[in-house]
Ligand binder design. Structure first.
Ligand SMILES: Cc1ncc(COP(=O)(O)O)c(C=O)c1O
Length: 374
């Protein structure tokens, strides 16, 4: 079959293009690691932790194997009891709820707002005497309302774990001052999965925390609970960021702000240009890092819209097709406080291509197809 020359082929994100952009620096970093013979831990991993902590303006970053481990380690560090409750949104990626269940904790699923983040007006109603943690997910790169969440946490003496997996480089205003996503709560968790805003070329994760005791505990937990070599006073897991991934992240961190700016530019063009009554584009938000750009389409139209975009070479993805409360894995494991909007979003969400390497021509093409062909 010959390709229609009028059709551009645009994936959700183009990792090969991102690599090509930074190839020389990344190759140099990789070669340093390969020649060093130090593939686990060592200067490269410590160097990335230090650079990421400096960027976040945080005292410590602990690297780990992936974003799910980051959440697991954070929850393990808080010395919670089985049955303790963790309030989190009923829409988003399942990793937080799954980690809580695996530790014998109860996720309490609270509905989200139209911005896909936990609806803070519902949180206090979900608090019981078993509640120990509020765990917002900064979905699609937009921080949850951390000012309100921190005030509720303070009032009820709760920990806050930020799932900042999708929000690397995001900013949230607290008491009038800008703070980086993941640095406001008791512990912040990041994923460096390749497609994330700060992604490596495999799995990777990190944890940000400013409490010395918790940091020491999480460092032990990620090394099998080891205090000194081969001495294990508590149970832990094995969760390491490879030196090779650290080398890539060190290079990509330098470009994080620039890449997030480009994501915002792409989002602004989408929001300003797309005009089609079959779908609803989100308002443009300056502090958003646009890990994803999510539009909403009516349930009836979604699959036709997706197909037509596909026929025109434009990839789309639904993040996520089910509310967390509707996932079979969660049945009987979570307490569902509220999930009406979560269910609605699961049926209407459609994400458009989003990456820092998209060209203006590609963005214009997508807007034209949506405006003229749908
Ligand atoms: C919101 C959120 N939390 C946690 C994770 C888990 O991260 P990882 O895939 O690195 O384990 C992801 C990754 O997809 C995520 O999007």
């Amino acid at each position: 079959m010959t390709k229609d020359p009028h059709i551009m082929h645009i994936p959700m994100n183009d990792l090969k293009r991102e690599y090509a952009l930074l190839q020389n620096e990344i190759d140099d970093g990789l070669s340093d690691v390969l020649r060093s013979g130090r593939y686990i831990g060592g200067d490269m991993v410590e160097g990335f932790e230090k650079s990421w902590a400096d960027y976040l303006r945080a005292p410590y970053v602990i690297s780990c194997a992936n974003g799910t481990d980051a959440l697991l380690i954070a929850l393990m560090a808080l010395s919670l009891e089985p049955g303790d409750e963790v309030i989190m949104p009923s829409y988003g990626y399942i990793a937080a709820a799954e980690s809580a269940v695996l530790l014998g904790l109860k996720p309490v699923l609270v509905d989200v707002g139209v911005d896909y983040n936990i609806d803070v007006s519902l949180i206090e109603d979900a608090i019981t005497d078993r509640t120990k943690v509020i765990l917002p997910i900064h979905l699609f790169g937009l921080c949850a309302d951390m000012q309100t969440i921190m005030a509720i946490a303070k009032k009820h003496q709760l920990y806050v774990i930020e799932d900042a997996a999708q929000a690397s480089g995001g900013v949230v205003t607290i008491d009038g001052k800008p703070r980086k996503a993941g640095t406001v709560g008791t512990i912040g968790c990041f994923s460096h999965f390749p497609t994330k805003n700060l992604g490596c070329f495999g799995d990777g994760g990190s944890i940000c925390c400013s409490d010395d005791d918790l940091v020491a505990k999480m460092k032990r937990i990620k090394r099998h609970g080891q205090t000194t070599k081969y001495i294990h006073e508590e149970l832990g897991i094995n969760s390491r960021l490879d030196a090779i991934q650290a080398a890539i992240l060190k290079v990509k961190l330098v470009y994080l702000d620039q890449h997030n700016d480009r994501r915002r530019k792409v989002a602004k063009i989408y929001t300003d240009t797309i005009n089609n009554e079959k779908l609803k584009v989100p308002d443009f938000i300056e502090d958003h890092t646009y890990h994803q750009y999510a539009i909403r389409v009516s349930v009836k139209e979604r699959s036709a819209v997706k197909d037509l975009l596909q026929q025109n070479g434009i990839a789309t993805t639904t993040y996520y097709p089910k509310a967390i409360s509707d996932q079979e894995a969660m049945s009987d494991k979570a307490i569902v406080h509220s999930d009406t909007r979560s269910k609605e979003l699961a049926l209407s969400n459609l994400c458009l291509p989003m990456s820092p390497t998209m060209t203006d021509e590609e963005i214009t093409y997508i807007c034209d197809v949506i405006n003229d062909k749908l």
